[in-house]
Design a protein around this ligand. Structure first.
Ligand code: PGA
Length: 230
């Protein structure tokens, strides 16, 4: 399984360093074989290799330049980072990232062979309209994205399940992942209030190849516990 930890705007440079080393030691000691990613904030990026891959939550589609507040490829290169989250709903909603901008980032980093975890997910109003509306919404979020890219992982994260404690039911995850699977061959992650209490149920759903975890990844105990349960 793939386990990805999205720290969002949590943790510092020091706490991230301690977390990654602690996690790596526990994984090696327990012989955990999952593919594990940690996405710390930009100020805490660090070089790290398997079994824990460190990626960036965001980057601007340029090597460097006049893009105030952003980091680009030059800054990622310093840490040997070649893994990136693109299209998270918090960036789309809170920071106004349009599908056009998301697609531009995707194309830029794809052309440079980055491993990309690309996020899609519908708001509650769309979910309430039923499966056809969800499919149309998610396909719009894939517009301009080369879904056949070999280093792509797709994360399905219903917005109404993120940070709310309200996980999608296994049936809803199964039907949405089956729909995505008809379009996408890449590994499919589920995200949205995944935690040690529900990981077994979620991991057992067909077409769930892994999870993208926010809140429950912040403590190494809880993130590691999930890995030992499946
Ligand atoms: P959550 O966040 O696990 O806190 O719901 C998931 C995410 O947004 O990646």
């Amino acid at each position: 399984m793939i386990f990805a930890a999205n720290f969002k705007m949590n943790h510092t440079r020091v706490s991230t360093w301690n977390y990654v080393h602690d996690l790596r030691d526990r994984m090696v000691e327990a012989g955990v074989e999952h593919e594990v990613y940690v996405f710390p904030p930009a100020s805490a990026l660090m070089g790290a290799h398997r079994p824990v891959v460190v990626g960036a939550q965001n980057a601007y589609p340029a090597m460097q330049g006049a893009f105030t507040g952003e980091i680009g490829m030059e800054q990622l290169d310093e840490f040997g980072i070649h893994t990136l989250l693109i299209g998270h709903s918090e960036r789309r909603m809170l920071l106004g990232e349009s599908q056009e901008k998301v697609a531009e980032k995707y194309a830029f980093f794809k052309a440079r062979n980055y491993e990309i975890i690309y996020c899609v997910g519908e708001p509650i109003e769309v979910r309430e309209q039923g499966d056809a509306a969800v499919e149309a919404y998610l396909l719009e979020e894939l517009e301009g994205i080369d879904i056949h890219y070999g280093r792509l992982i797709v994360a399905y994260e219903p917005i109404w399940a993120i940070g709310t404690g309200r996980t999608a039911t296994p049936e809803a995850i199964a039907s949405t992942h089956a729909m995505l699977r008809r379009h996408i061959e890449a590994p499919l992650l589920y995200g949205g209030s995944v935690n040690p209490a529900n990981i077994e149920e979620i991991a057992a759903v067909e077409n769930v190849d892994g999870v993208l975890v926010g809140g429950a990844s912040l403590e190494v105990d809880s993130f590691f516990e999930m890995m030992t349960k499946v």
